[in-house]
Write a protein that binds this ligand. Structure first.
Ligand code: M6R
Length: 609
């Protein structure tokens, strides 16, 4: 949902801004721009389309300077166009702003400022910020910012510069993420860590309502009342190479291949195969409290929600607590019943998804304890939840979530084992047995990834299909949902995930000889049932691609194509089943010539409602 970057220091600012924007492009990619100050003159370059078009413009019309800001856009107010691309200027052109989020009262402010004589050039909500600050500019830029921000309603992160205050960026966070990179004689502002990780590993995470005054050799953070805050500079353990493509054609493919590593990093050190202990260091909820919970609400969006649906099966089976799973975007609008004996588990790769955050706040307001399962250290979700289980997937850049998904399932497996043990449903021996199987998963994932070619061949066979149905039952029903989501978001092919037993209540009407059905048919307690569902598809001449494990003669009689996955515990199957489905979506999208890492209309972090 838009990416912001800013630099103040001695290096060529345009190069650093462009480098940062390329690494933030996953956040939005309909237009981009940078503003750089050189010898007191503000130079702005903007372009419709992807960052490379801005890059081409800069080759033709270069700009130099030593402080500036940049932006990559995902349109909310105003169509994607060069005019609507950020940075946006005030009337004088001396002050520019870049913005991520939405200013809800912009029309009202626009009318007010227009009446005062301000001239607007764009359809965006962002432009009013520049004019509002201009209208309050009597003394310093900082004072004008502090006077202006209380007038803005909505969720936003901004960074602004002025020719009148050289070597200074003012940045503010009221919702979407914003971090400050602390360097040596240089400082950075960015929406996300990978944008500046090549230059510094020391970051300050701004919290909601914080304003940073970033100069070349100092960073001062204040609250809205102007009170100076003591902020911790946090060292980031991620290696910058982790945020590169590493020889793969796309981030998505690289991230699919990183899943064995992501899985190892998420589970290793958290479960002892000797003592059967589970270590969840940051949960900040006592064993006594864990024993008292009567129910768990899992809340998330998109792929993270699908991981949560798998988590429901894990927790209910291993800890015997009822679990309800809800969309972040629905939860707070249905006046949910929240009591102190309900634990809320919020799942998010980014930790910044607006709907998930709002749901967490609803639970918090009603005094319920919460655990964030999150991939980004210091993100909003981890700050606001009672405790956190970090997934150690590493930076996920591809818009289609892959390695975050398996890490979220792994983290919930650990939570389920921990809960099961604390609540007396599992013995140490049980935990050790589960732990052993869990530890074997990364090697089994590697085995599957070595057979990538098989899936590529299937993709060649099916990439012209117009619709797909994905079927699963029980714990593998969420895998059907996730397989369908992966396919539709990156290939734009219509796909639906369905509980296999429900097919006869409607979707069966779609089936004909051109309709591929991907059926998860592993040897678990519902294997026989899914075999019958496959029969139902075949009886209507549908094409069946079945995923199974172990001996498959029964299935061979029915399915057109079989993908074998290594055998493991029933509860662990989702971690393996999703890999061929991610690869199928990837290779189909590749064959169709789609932009795999940056699919149309999407953004990596959805920081608006
Ligand atoms: O950062 P989050 O996990 O909270 O993001 C949630 C969804 O926006 C995300 O999973 C989205 O559905 C992905 N594009 C799926 O691949």
């Amino acid at each position: 949902m838009c990416g912001i970057v800013g630099y103040v220091g001695k290096k060529q600012v345009a190069d650093i801004l462009m480098d940062g924007l390329k690494r933030l492009e996953y956040r939005g990619y309909d237009s981009a721009g940078i503003a750089v100050v050189e010898n007191g003159v503000m130079n702005v370059r903007r372009s419709l389309g992807k960052i490379r078009l801005l890059e081409e413009l800069l080759i033709k019309k270069p700009i130099k300077g030593d402080f500036g800001v940049g932006h990559t856009r995902w349109a909310t107010h105003g169509k994607p166009s060069e005019e609507n691309a950020h940075p946006h200027r005030d009337c004088t052109g001396k002050l520019v702003v870049v913005h991520n989020g939405i200013i809800e009262n912009y029309l009202e402010l626009k009318q007010e400022l227009t009446a005062k004589g301000h001239k607007f050039q764009t359809e965006t909500d962002t432009e009013i910020i520049a004019h509002l600050i201009e209208s309050n500019l009597t003394n310093s830029l900082e004072q004008a910012v502090f006077k202006s921000l209380p007038r803005l309603k909505g969720a936003y992160a901004i960074a602004l510069i002025s020719t009148e205050e050289p070597q200074r960026i003012i940045a503010a966070r009221f919702g979407p993420p914003l971090i400050i990179g602390v360097g040596n004689g240089e400082n950075f502002v960015a929406s996300d860590i990978p944008a500046i990780l090549h230059y510094t590993k020391n970051m300050i995470f701004l919290a909601d309502g914080e304003i940073a005054i970033v100069d070349q050799s100092s960073v001062v953070v204040k609250d809205v009342r102007g009170k100076k805050l003591k902020k911790e500079v946090m060292p980031i353990a991620w290696d910058p190479i982790m945020a590169e493509k590493g020889g793969y054609k796309h981030f998505m493919l690289k991230e699919i291949h990183e899943q064995p590593r992501a899985m190892r990093d998420t589970i290793y050190g958290r479960i002892s195969l000797d003592s059967g202990a589970v270590f969840l260091n940051d949960i900040r909820i006592t064993e006594k409290e864990f024993k008292s919970f009567k129910k768990i609400n899992i809340i998330a969006c998109g792929t993270s929600l699908h991981a949560g649906l798998v988590g429901k099966f894990l927790i209910e089976e291993l800890a015997r607590i009822p679990v309800e799973v809800d969309y972040g975007s629905e939860f707070r609008y249905r006046d949910p019943i929240i009591t102190r004996d309900i634990l809320h588990v919020v799942i998010s790769q980014s930790g910044e998804t607006a709907d998930t955050l709002a749901a967490l706040r609803e639970a918090k307001q009603k005094k319920s304890k919460s655990i964030a399962i999150c991939n980004v250290v210091g993100s909003m979700l981890t700050r606001e939840a009672t405790g956190t289980i970090y997934t150690h997937a590493g930076p996920e850049i591809g818009v289609a979530s892959t390695k975050a998904f398996i890490s979220q399932i792994a983290a919930q497996y650990l939570l389920a084992l921990y809960l099961g043990k604390v609540r007396g449903h599992l013995t140490e021996k049980d935990v050790r047995a589960h732990g052993k199987q869990l530890m074997r998963i990364p090697a089994k994932m590697e085995e599957l990834l070595r057979r990538e070619g098989e899936i590529e061949e299937l993709a060649k066979r099916f990439y012209t299909s117009k619709d797909f149905l994905f079927l699963g039952r029980g714990i593998n029903y969420p895998i059907a949902l996730e397989g369908a989501l992966k396919l539709k978001e990156i290939s734009y092919i219509h796909a639906e995930g369905y509980p296999a037993g429900e097919m006869k209540h409607g979707p069966i009407a779609l089936i004909d000889e051109n309709f591929p059905v991907v059926a998860v048919a592993v040897k678990d307690r519902v294997y026989e049932k899914i075999l019958s569902n496959i029969e139902e598809v075949k009886a209507r001449s549908g094409i069946v691609i079945a995923l199974t494990n172990g001996e498959s003669s029964e299935l061979e009689k029915r399915a057109d194509h079989i993908i074998q996955i290594p055998e493991t515990l029933d509860l662990l199957n989702p971690l393996l089943l999703i890999i061929p489905l991610q690869l199928l979506a990837y290779y189909i999208a590749l064959k169709l010539g789609c932009d795999v890492d940056q699919p149309r209309n999407l953004a990596k972090s959805v920081t608006v409602e």
